[in-house]
Design a protein around this ligand. Structure first.
Ligand SMILES: Cc1ncc(COP(=O)(O)O)c(C=O)c1O
Length: 408
C-alpha cells in the first residue's frame, strides 16, 4: 500500500445551485467501458446525444452538442468563435455571471458595453431592447437564470427584437436548461449554453450548446482547419481565425458532424453520463420535469415562510434557486457548517454584494425531491434553533407537507 486510502466520499444531500446530486443511473452509465471515439458504437451515441439535446433545447438547430469542460467552456467556445476583436458586445449584468460573460467577451477582444441593475432584480425587456437599438452591437450576451441572485431574466421579447435588429443573441442558460422552459427557437435565440451539473444532474465537465445557421454562417468566415488534419479543399488562410483551437466551433462541428474531422479526444465517460442524463429528462418529459421543479420550490418556500424567514419572493424568481435572507445577528457560515457537519446537507452562500447576506438553496434535477426538501427544512430549523435565531418553530414541515398534500 502507498499510504493513500481508497476514495471514500461521504454521502451528502446537496441543495446548492450546483453541482447537485447525480442520478444513480448516470453514475452507472459512467462506469461503461471506454470506446474509441470513432468506433461506430460511440459515434452513434454522439448522434443520439445531439438528437436528445435538440429536444431539451426545444430547437430544430442542426448544431447541438457538448463542449468538453465546465459550463464556462461552453460560454467561452461560443464567444471566442463568434466575437472578433473590436466587435461591439452588449451585456446586461444582474449578478455574478453577467460579469463572467463580460470577462470572457473582453478576453475575446470585444468592445464591451454593459448595463447593470441591482443584484436581486432583472431588467425590463424593453430597457434591454432600447439599449440594443442605441449601441447597435454585433452580439447581445445575457444570462437567463442568474444563480448568484436567484433571478430569471425573461427573454421572449429580447430574442425576436435582436433578430429584427440583426444582432446575435448569446444566452447563458446554464442554470435553467432541463429545469424550466428554455425555448431556443420560439424565443429566436441564436446561441445558447446549458450546464450539466445543474438541472440535468450530470457531473460537471461537459457543457451542452446549440446554435443556428446565423452563427454557423459567421463561423464559416473564420474557419481554419488544423494543419495536421486539413485536406486540400480546406481554407488555411483566413483574416480573423478563431483564436482558440480547443474551443473552435467551426472545427468542433466538423468533429460532431458527418465529416468526423479529428479534433480533441472525446471525454467518453462524460458523454455516457450526458447521454443518460438527457434520456432521463426526456423519459420524465419536459413539461413534467418543469412542473416538478415548481412543486418542490413551492413546498420549500412555504416552509421557509412558515419558519418566519424572508426569501426572494419576486415575480422573476428563478424556480430552482431560493435565496434566504440570513436573519440579523446570525453567522451564515456557521449555520452552513453545522448543516454539513451534523446533517450532511450542503447549501450555498453567495457572492459580491450578497455575500454574507443570503443563503441559497437549490432545488435542481435529481436533488429536487420531496425527501430532500423536507430534510433541509427540518435540519435548517434545528440548526437555527441551536444558533438562537428567532424563528417560528414547528410550522415549516407542516407548511411544506400541506403543499405536497394539495398536489395529489
Ligand atoms: C448561471 C451560471 N453561468 C455560468 C456558470 C459557470 O459554470 P462552471 O462553473 O461550470 O464553469 C455557472 C456556475 O455556477 C452559473 O451558475
Amino acid at each position: 500500500m502507498n499510504g493513500f486510502d481508497e476514495i471514500s466520499a461521504p454521502l451528502r444531500t446537496i441543495m446548492t445551485p450546483g453541482p447537485v446530486e447525480v442520478d444513480p443511473r448516470v453514475l452507472r452509465a459512467m462506469s461503461t467501458p471506454i470506446l474509441g471515439q470513432f468506433d461506430p458504437a460511440f459515434t452513434q451515441m454522439m448522434n443520439e446525444t445531439m438528437d436528445m439535446l435538440r429536444q431539451v433545447f426545444q430547437t430544430k438547430n442542426q448544431w447541438a452538442f457538448p463542449i468538453d469542460g465546465t459550463s464556462r467552456a461552453g460560454i467561452e467556445a461560443v464567444m471566442c468563435s463568434v466575437i472578433e476583436p473590436g466587435d461591439k458586445v452588449l451585456i446586461p449584468i444582474f449578478g455574478r455571471f453577467g460579469h463572467l460573460l463580460t470577462e470572457i467577451a473582453e478576453r475575446s477582444g470585444a468592445e464591451i458595453y454593459t448595463i447593470e441593475c441591482e443584484w436581486g432584480k432583472v431588467f425590463d425587456q424593453q430597457e434591454i431592447i432600447d439599449e440594443v437599438k442605441k449601441v447597435q452591437p454585433k452580439v447581445l450576451a445575457i444570462v437567463h437564470g442568474e444563480t448568484s441572485t436567484g433571478c430569471m431574466q425573461p427573454l421572449d421579447k429580447i430574442g425576436p427584437a435582436c433578430r429584427e435588429l440583426d444582432v446575435l443573441s448569446i444566452v447563458d442558460a446554464v442554470a435553467t436548461l432541463g429545469g424550466t422552459e428554455v425555448k431556443v427557437d420560439e424565443w429566436q435565440l441564436d446561441a445558447v449554453i446549458g450546464g450539466s451539473q445543474k438541472c440535468l444532474s450530470v457531473p460537471s465537465g461537459m457543457a451542452p450548446i446549440t446554435y443556428n445557421e446565423r452563427v454557423e454562417r459567421l463561423l464559416f468566415t473564420r474557419k481554419k482547419v488544423e494543419r495536421g488534419v486539413a485536406q486540400a479543399h480546406d481554407q488555411v488562410k483566413v483574416n480573423h481565425p478563431i483564436r482558440s483551437n480547443y474551443f473552435d466551433l467551426s472545427q468542433l462541428q466538423d468533429y460532431w458532424g458527418p465529416r468526423r474531422l479529428n479534433h480533441h479526444t472525446e471525454a467518453t465517460s462524460m458523454l455516457y453520463a450526458l447521454r443518460e442524463g438527457l434520456r432521463i429528462v426526456l423519459q420524465e418529459g419536459l413539461k413534467e420535469r418543469f412542473e416538478r421543479h415548481r412543486l418542490h420550490e413551492k413546498s420549500l418556500t412555504a416552509g421557509i415562510q412558515a419558519m418566519g424567514l424572508q426569501y426572494n419572493d419576486v415575480l422573476w424568481k428563478l424556480p430552482m434557486v431560493t435565496c434566504i435572507t440570513i436573519p440579523a445577528g446570525i453567522d451564515g457560515d456557521s449555520v452552513r457548517k453545522m448543516l454539513l457537519e451534523q446533517f450532511g446537507i450542503e447549501i450555498a452562500s453567495s457572492f459580491g454584494p450578497l455575500h454574507g447576506k443570503i443563503w441559497r438553496i437549490g432545488t435542481m434535477g435529481y436533488s429536487c425531491r420531496k425527501e430532500n426538501v423536507l430534510f433541509v427544512l427540518s435540519a435548517l430549523e434545528a440548526v437555527l434553533i441551536r444558533h438562537g435565531a428567532s424563528i417560528q418553530i414547528g410550522h415549516a414541515l407542516q407548511a411544506a407537507l400541506n403543499v405536497y398534500e394539495a398536489y395529489v
